[in-house]
Design a protein around this ligand. Structure first.
Ligand code: FES
Length: 135
């Protein structure tokens, strides 16, 4: 899989179009955290003053949710350069499980298993009101 990933990159496939899911733990499960650009978290370029306010507690920023722009809280975190772990992006692996300090989410797609009480799977959830997440 690593060879195919490298071959695709060599052929010019953009990195965001190459997705790998490995269940043996041989590859980092912390994209967005390890090797991430050392850019400070920031508001997304298209932040608006409407929609639920999503506060990334460790990142020290709060951005508004825009359903037309993001499919998941993970995508908003990435737009803000907030370091976040992920792998499957579909609610299977729980790599993205993070503390939900306050607020409420809905899931779409539904994860195979719900996160632990007080946590949220940011890859497959959307806010239904203001949130504070331990990211
Ligand atoms: S990235 Fe796998 S459950 Fe969220």
């Amino acid at each position: 899989m690593a060879d195919i990933k490298e071959a695709l990159a060599t052929l010019g496939v953009p990195p965001e179009r190459i997705q790998v899911e490995i269940f043996n733990g041989s590859e980092s499960m912390t994209p967005g955290v390890i090797g991430a650009a050392k850019r400070a978290p920031h508001l997304p370029t298209d932040d608006a003053n409407t929609g639920p306010l999503i506060s990334f507690a460790r990142g020290g920023i709060a951005a508004h949710w825009k359903a037309s722009a993001y499919q998941s809280i993970l995508e908003l975190a990435e737009a803000c350069d907030v370091p976040v772990r992920w792998s499957c992006r579909t609610g299977v692996c729980h790599s993205c499980e993070s503390g939900l300090v306050s607020g409420e989410v809905v899931y779409g797609p539904e994860p195979l298993e719900k996160p632990a009480a007080g946590n949220v799977l940011v890859c497959c959830s959307q806010p239904i009101r203001d949130l504070v997440i331990d990211l």
